[in-house]
Design a binder for this molecule. Structure first.
Ligand code: FE2
Length: 575
């Protein structure tokens, strides 16, 4: 059976994923094709085209379209909760009761028109909506490969109404234990503080998390933001997760925090220069998120975890690697699987895998995220020939060895290989690499790719042969979704990828999943003694990761990088 999963229902991170007979064949985010980060307000037309083309399918071959947004019944507590909690905005409250599936209907119209553009006959294809949080849950559970009873956690800003999901998976079925509804959203609360700290929602959360270790979480008590008693929580909507007239406004733009929050904490942070007291607020909100999440996990999932120790996690908040580090440290958690595309892009995979399972297919475990387009060396050469910058290029015999030589010599290298990653992390196919033992390589990359945010630490990719020695654990970490404490003996060897608090967000590379990247890091080890590279995504600030050779060349010539390895083609800048 051929199932096309589509995300984009909540207005950002549109993506497409294709399942054929339970196997995830292709997936890509729309932003990469549109060259517009998060592809806000768009449906996944280009990414769907790519999936079909990759699999050699015609639009008529698609049996089912799975969509991670579903109608919510008036009998569900969701709409009533929303209406009660938003009493101060009566138009929204009444809308939830009397026209509570308006957004769903609008989504269906949008998807149908996109499918028609794609050439799919919308009268013939089977359209299956999946509740947003069930899609997140499926993207975590069905792709984890866990066979035993597995605790499932979902935390994001908001789907239809649900914001937080506790459940479990057993014998392929997903069961709900408890959901929380808008405006009681942990992701929303963190997002509102992200805005208050002067960053954009969807991307800025990573910066708040990066800022947190520089501050003192005990200096300011932010617990007023949320009423919490281990099994229930209510966000204070006089301060955050606000709508309508309660919103703080600046230059005609409304924010998800209130004037009251500004009266309490001081003016919203502006620019990137002022740190005090904002770094302490970042530390406090991070700690609050961690403490409340851990308490709820213990309450709702503790019994299951004590039984089997397996937990899987998706939703935007699952990209909070510091929270994940604390989850793994819980005594009864043996293994945590975080869906690498934890944010809404991953709901395309989630909806499709959920539907596949419902229709009786056995859904395969996720082995890697290299699910996007790839290009041959000849295509890379053709792109060089067409490039207006008239680049200097040569075909090299052993690209991993040549790149390792450059890295060991202290130069950063843009590394464009194989199929593009799905999800927000570059995992060795669309990466900028450096040698983490070269002093100030991080600063150099910052200079060369220009104005990268100072709160985003650089991360390591390391071979499986040294990972346990560096990270002091045998917990799997293929997708950079966790931080670990770096062993003392390694901190001075790879200082450029160790964060302020002594942790690193590591990708452990195995030969099976990415032989070429593995070979490159082996070559680096031969030259530096460390089987580790610094790895950051191949893009400039504010742009999506590059997709095609033409994108890579554009990015390369718009930066001060000097070396770009595209498959076997080494592009250099003239002196
Ligand atoms: Fe979501």
């Amino acid at each position: 059976m051929k199932i096309l999963g589509l995300s984009g229902a909540v207005g950002h991170d549109a993506s497409a994923a294709l399942y054929i007979d339970g196997q995830l064949v292709a997936a890509a985010e729309e932003e990469r094709f549109l060259r517009d980060k998060h592809a806000k307000g768009r449906f996944p037309l280009e990414s769907s085209r790519f999936c079909l083309e990759f699999a050699g399918l015609q639009p008529a071959d698609i049996d089912v379209v799975a969509f991670p947004y579903s109608p919510i019944s008036l009998l569900s507590p969701a709409r009533w909760h929303y209406a009660r909690r938003y009493w101060y905005a009566p138009d929204r409250a009444l809308d939830a009761l009397f026209n509570g599936n308006r957004r769903y209907k609008k989504n269906v119209r949008g998807v149908m028109s996109m499918l028609e553009q794609l050439g799919v006959n919308t009268r013939q294809v089977h359209f299956m909506p999946v509740e947003h949080h069930l899609a997140h849950a499926s993207s975590a559970y069905h792709l984890s490969g866990f066979r035993e009873k597995t605790a499932i956690l979902g935390i994001d800003g908001k789907g239809e109404y649900a914001t937080t999901f506790f459940g479990y998976g057993e014998n392929g079925q997903i069961h709900k234990i408890r959901e929380f509804y808008d405006p009681d959203s942990l992701g929303g609360m963190y997002g509102a503080l992200t805005q208050y700290l002067g960053f954009e929602m969807l991307d800025g959360e990573f910066k708040v998390m990066g800022m947190a270790p520089y501050g003192d979480p005990e200096k300011h008590d932010l617990s007023r933001l949320i009423k919490y008693d281990r099994k229930d929580f209510h966000v204070d909507t006089r301060l955050v997760n606000v709508i309508g007239l309660r919103r703080y406004k600046e230059n005609g733009r409304g924010y998800y925090f209130s004037n009251k929050l500004v009266d309490w904490l001081g003016p919203k942070r502006r620019g990137d220069a002022i740190d005090d007291p904002y770094v302490d607020y970042a530390a406090s909100i991070q700690k609050l998120l961690e403490d409340v999440s851990l308490g709820l996990i213990e309450h709702y999932l503790g019994d299951i975890l004590k039984e089997t120790g397996k937990l899987c996690f998706a939703g935007g908040v699952a990209l909070n690697v510091k929270l994940n580090q604390r989850i793994i440290a819980l005594p009864y958690v043996q293994e945590l699987f975080v869906q690498p595309a934890a944010s809404d892009a991953g709901t395309a995979i989630g909806a499709a895998s959920y539907v596949a399972n419902e229709l009786g297919e056995s859904v395969e475990r996720m082995e890697h995220v290299y699910l996007g387009p790839s290009y041959t060396s000849d295509q890379c050469i053709a792109a060089c020939r067409e490039c207006e910058h008239n680049p200097d290029w040569e075909v090299v015999e052993d690209a991993p060895a040549r790149a390792a030589e450059l890295l060991a010599g202290g130069d950063p290298v843009a590394w464009f290989q194989g199929r593009m990653e799905f999800g927000p992390r570059a995992l060795g196919n669309r990466s900028i690499l450096g040698d983490p033992s070269t002093a100030a390589i991080a600063d150099r990359i910052n200079e060369q790719i220009k104005y990268r945010e100072r709160w985003r630490p650089f991360c390591p990719s390391m071979l499986d042969t040294v990972a346990e020695d560096i990270l002091q654990t045998d917990h799997p970490s293929p997708y950079m979704t966790f931080t670990f404490d770096v062993a003392e003996s390694w901190k001075s060897r790879i200082p450029e990828v160790v964060h302020e608090d002594g942790t690193a967000r590591a990708q452990i590379v195995t030969r099976d999943t990415n032989p070429r990247y593995y070979k490159l890091i082996e070559e680096v080890e031969k030259r530096t003694g460390n089987a580790v590279v610094l790895n950051t995504s191949l893009n400039r600030r504010g742009e999506p990761m590059v997709c095609s050779p033409a994108d890579a060349l554009n990015m390369f010539f718009g930066s001060d990088l000097e070396y770009l390895m595209m498959e076997d083609v080494l592009v250099t800048k003239r002196a």
